[in-house]
Design a protein around this ligand. Sequence first.
Ligand code: G3P
Ligand code: MG
Length: 254
Amino acid sequence: MNSPDKALLAPWPYPRWIAHRGAGKLAPENTLAAFRLGAAHGFRMFECDVKLSADGEPFLLHDADLSRTTSGHGVAGERRWDELSKLDAGGWHSPPYAGEPLLRLEALARWLQANRLMVNLEIKPSPGQDALTGAAVAREAARWWSGQAVQPLLSSFSVEALRAAQNAAPDLPRALLLEELKPGWLDTALDLACVAVVGHHPHLNADNIAQAHSAGFKVLTYTVNDVERADALWAAGLDGLITDSVDKLGPDRP
Ligand code: G3P
Ligand code: MG
């Protein structure tokens, strides 16, 4: 096996605790309200999901469809930003968040930098848009974080999206998301010159974490909401943990 790019590996700038979709389930996911709440609970790094509007604007949304988390309906990636920007992305969650808008990646970059906070941008392409989304998110992230001491960590389940991100902005750190640890998982991450793998937590243990470390990767996990499971994974050598439980886990807790 080749070694990952040493320039990308050192030093590791990210904290151990990462708030999922901003603040997990306590505020409307992937909105600025969620990031504010996660930050109020002491989190210094956030995971979020990024896709493209029909006119190429990177913005935050988990699902391909608008229905679950906004007042809109249909495929999000088929709407232009001027239409998406008028949707309510908070009212579905609870009345105090009614009217919370969808968040452009550019606006998130400004807010994070003003507050000296870090981010893991999960590239979440709309169906059939893997390469387009990977390239656009990486290119725009490189532009909006230009000159910043800590760059965003790009991740994706999509190898095609990560490959496009690598080609568009080779210096941005990348991580391969893994729902399962299939044969060749480390080779795929090496091939993409990733700095980390982000595994689904039920599949991680001390042995495969050590295996990933030996290959030169940091090991992160999603989405752990249970104190005992978090403790077991830290003991197994984990480097970073993505959680919804920003009120029960995290940097402000013992
Ligand atoms: O990036 C980690 C995690 O967010 C991946 O799963 O479906 O919550 O985006 P999902
Ligand atoms: Mg995600």
